[in-house]
Design a protein around this ligand. Structure first.
Ligand SMILES: [Zn+2]
Length: 283
């Protein structure tokens, strides 16, 4: 299953007029702001977030699960604090722990996917990326949770990443606030980093596994959730799923000006069924 490619995705990349290798890597340049602490972004730099002028809502997201120890602990903490989130499991892990997805959904959270393997897209070919996304959707479908949101591993976004995600019926999304819990053992530092970017429309990144980071990373994330919840209460913010955060609107990677920003926004609105991939997914 993991070797299955997505010919339509590759054709789409060529057919969209993406001029060669350079175009493949331009989107990753545009999203470098995901890693920046800058409040004011330079021209053409983007951060994914929901509407700034919408209701006082925030989307909490967790990457890298499912993890038999971390995911249930995170779910218990979210229940205790009355918070809802969107989980981005790695599909190869879903094959090992499919029951954890049912538990996530049963407790009222949303489920996207983090790809089939957790690898750097900037080091992979368009064919590899297309095959990985196809495999991820196949595994998630088989588990009964067709993903409509896709978060690429390491937040690396190539042109193929964007086009393939849309061709497979998924909307790519990164984040606007993160805890960087792999850099510290201090939960207060994690919640403090997130607090600096907490505002209506924020998309917060944490992790419910340490499979791709230092041992114990998820425990730091777990311990930081209460601090995030406290900040949110003080600012009258509530957590919702990504769908609820953005509604039917495009999840704009904003502020994002210039041609690259426009290309990213267009990819978010790209009709998922174009090219016949949607029909293929429903077989
Ligand atoms: Zn990840």
């Amino acid at each position: 299953m993991s070797g299955v490619g997505c010919a339509q995705c590759l054709k789409a990349a060529a057919g969209a007029g993406l001029a060669g290798l350079a175009a493949q890597y331009v989107p990753s340049t545009a999203v470098l702001a995901q890693w920046s602490d800058l409040e004011v972004l330079g021209r053409g730099l983007c951060r994914w977030q929901g509407p700034l002028d919408g209701p006082r809502r925030v989307a909490l997201t967790f990457d890298d699960g499912p993890d038999p120890e971390a995911t249930p602990a995170i779910l218990d903490e979210l229940d205790r604090l009355g918070m809802r989130a969107t989980f981005f499991p790695v599909a190869s892990g879903v094959e090992t722990y499919p029951d954890l997805l049912a538990d996530i959904a049963r407790r009222g959270h949303a489920i996207g996917t983090h790809g089939y393997r957790h690898e750097h897209h900037l080091l992979r070919s368009p064919r590899w990326i297309a095959g990985d996304l196809r495999s991820a959707v196949d595994v998630m479908d088989a588990a009964g949770f067709h993903p409509t949101w896709y978060r690429p591993s390491y937040g690396q976004v190539t042109a193929t990443t964007l086009l393939c995600a849309r061709r497979l019926g998924m909307r790519p999304v990164l984040w606007s606030a993160w805890g960087r819990e792999w850099t510290t053992g201090d939960p207060a530092a994690v919640s403090g980093r997130i607090a600096r970017r907490l505002r209506p429309g924020a998309i917060v990144l944490l992790h419910d596994s340490d499979r791709f980071g230092p041992a114990g990373m998820w425990r730091v994330a777990l311990a930081a959730i209460e601090g995030v919840a406290r900040e949110m209460r003080e600012r009258r913010l509530v957590t919702v799923t990504l769908d609820e955060l953005v509604g039917g609107e495009a999840c704009e990677p904003l502020p994002c000006r210039g041609m690259v920003g426009k290309a990213l926004a267009v990819s978010d609105r790209w009709p998922a069924s174009r090219g016949g991939v949607a029909e293929g997914m429903n077989r």
